[in-house]
Ligand binder design. Structure first.
Ligand SMILES: Cc1cc2nc3c(=O)[nH]c(=O)nc-3n(C[C@H](O)[C@H](O)[C@H](O)COP(=O)(O)O)c2cc1C
Length: 197
């Protein structure tokens, strides 16, 4: 049955800052995801695959160079059954490169579930996640209730890249279980009836 196939999960890393902490969080999450055995991770690192930041006029074709940049990301988002956004909080919201990646795409998000792992200073990135929920509703995606968040992120992980508080591992498991619950029937539904509404 198609519901038993591994889920292809794109882990979108929203931070592109030089010296960023994001890869520690993303690598930890991918470790969880792959240890399950029923999900396959594709890390979409927006620093490694930067997208154009200026959109063309309506109806105007993108220059070749910009199409190439998009080609490194768009098919991977299209192929994903589900997403985990790994995002820090910048000024009570999520980073601009993540919004840029969201805005360059549309159908790639439709009818798919999105989970969130957030981190930040005092906030743990919770305000970034709340804003992402509103944005992704506009793109016909469903967002997963449970999240994992790290406040004081740089101090929350040990030198092996593991969270010091084991509650984070339990939270990641629950979040991924919820993502799995949504992603499998939605994948079947999209195959049976492509999302065109
Ligand atoms: C421009 C900027 C704005 C920030 N604003 C907030 C904020 O509003 N709330 C918060 O808790 N942390 C804030 N921080 C702290 C970051 O969330 C924290 O340093 C995090 O590690 C940044 O992720 P990165 O290292 O992957 O870029 C801000 C950091 C930057 C660079």
């Amino acid at each position: 049955m198609s519901t038993e196939q591994n889920l292809d999960v794109a882990v979108v890393l929203g931070s592109t800052r030089n010296g960023r902490f994001g890869p520690v969080v993303a690598d930890w999450l991918i470790g969880h995801l792959e240890a399950r055995g029923d999900m396959t991770a594709d890390l979409v690192d927006l620093a490694a695959t930067p997208l154009p930041t200026v959109m063309p006029s309506w109806g105007v074709e993108l220059p070749e160079q910009e199409r190439e940049l998009l080609a490194a990301v768009s098919p991977r988002l299209a192929a994903a059954d589900a997403f985990v956004f790994v995002t820090p909080e910048y000024n009570h919201s999520f980073p601009a490169p993540l919004k840029n990646a969201i805005d360059w795409h549309n159908q790639q998000w439709h009818g798919k579930p999105i989970a969130f792992v957030s981190y930040g200073g005092l906030s743990g990135g919770l305000r970034a996640v709340e804003q992402l929920r509103v944005v992704m509703a506009e793109l016909n995606a469903v967002t997963i209730r449970n999240t994992v968040s790290f406040h004081g992120a740089a101090q929350a992980f040990d030198t092996d890249g593991k969270p010091k508080d084991p509650a984070a591992d339990a939270a990641a498991k629950t979040m991924l279980d919820q993502l799995d619950w949504w992603a499998r029937p939605l994948r079947d539904a999209r195959r049976a009836r492509p999302f065109t509404v």
